[in-house]
Write a protein that binds this ligand. Structure first.
Ligand SMILES: C[S@@+](CC[C@H](N)C(=O)[O-])C[C@H]1O[C@@H](n2cnc3c(N)ncnc32)[C@H](O)[C@@H]1O
Length: 287
């Protein structure tokens, strides 16, 4: 088994990379729940990016590589997939997961998505699952994706729709900010969880970056778990943006905040388990 580490340490010392490193193990640990949650979405994303056997694919903000492995299976031995992320820590998990799955066609690349650092016209297709909205300058990231795609290559991204369609995220953010004494701010500010959920925004950015045939599909992706405590375990291990807001608080204040958030999220407990509403936007475009 050989996995080519293209440039593993490029951004190892950046602040943004270190920030995401903190939740790397948590995101990897909850891969089974994330996989169930995003099963239909991931299949749709791979289909909308028109990924075929033999393709060379870029997976941007790949995290622990759950969707990377699906792509590795889809492209087969004659194709390959580059798992790229800003966090060296999470790429350690992507690397280990690719090795464990026995894929020889996965390569690991550590880079900021706004400066991918790979050659122009390299990829037949590209995807990004729940990553693009975290970029401070998503247009710059999209321009980079256009640059590294071959002419005719397709990109599909998955991002959260707006706060009204994602009430769990709205509760998490507003509650965490209130406990931290932070004044409410524009939910669509760049880099935020639902920043690309503003109606029409992501299509406009794709077009501005140079993509053709841009289209967005909304998908309902409710999070099914046995109980509220299971969602809270996922959030407390893996939800970097919420953890960052609460980090400056004392242990006591953090415990109060978590108790308050849990109480609000109990409204999604049903007789058949905890069902948290979630709406995602799948956007596709062609270079
Ligand atoms: C919510 S996780 C999603 C991971 C994976 N795509 C998935 O769906 O399981 C977000 C990922 O975006 C990465 N990320 C955040 N900002 C980034 C940036 N500027 N460039 C590249 N990756 C970034 C984080 O390190 C993290 O792995």
């Amino acid at each position: 088994m050989t996995i080519d580490l293209i440039s593993k340490t490029t951004v190892a010392s950046t602040q943004a990379g270190r920030k995401w490193d903190k939740t790397a193990a948590g995101w990897d640990k909850h891969t089974p729940e994330i996989r169930n949650w995003l099963r239909v979405t991931t299949d749709a994303m791979i289909e909308m990016a028109a990924i075929r056997p033999g393709d060379t694919v870029l997976d941007l903000a790949a995290g622990a590589g759950d969707q990377t492995l699906d792509i590795a299976r889809k492209v087969g031995e004659k194709g390959s997939v580059v798992a790229s992320d800003i966090s060296p820590g999470i790429l350690e998990h992507a690397f280990a997961n690719a090795v464990a799955a026995g894929h020889q066609n996965v390569r690991i690349h550590c880079a900021d998505a706004e400066h991918i650092g790979l050659a122009e016209a390299t990829f037949d297709a590209a995807v990004s699952r729940l990553g693009l909205m975290f970029l401070p300058d998503p247009l710059q990231g999209l321009c980079e994706i256009v640059r590294v795609l071959k002419p005719g290559g397709r990109f599909c991204s998955v991002v959260f729709a707006g706060p009204d369609a994602n009430p769990c995220l709205r509760i998490l953010m507003s509650s965490a900010m209130r406990h931290a004494g932070i004044a409410p701010s524009d939910p669509f500010r760049p880099g935020g969880l639902v920043s690309l959920g503003k109606p029409g925004l992501i299509d406009a950015l794709f077009s501005k970056a140079g993509f053709h045939g841009v289209a967005t599909t909304r998908i309902d992706a409710p999070f099914h778990l046995p109980a509220t405590k299971d969602y809270m375990a996922f959030i407390r291990d893996a939800a970097g943006p919420i953890l960052q807001i609460l980090a400056p608080l004392s242990a006591r204040a953090q415990a109060d905040a978590w108790a308050g958030i849990t109480a609000q999220l109990e409204i999604y407990q049903t007789e058949s388990g905890w069902i948290g509403p979630n709406t995602l936007l799948l956007t596709t475009g062609q270079r």
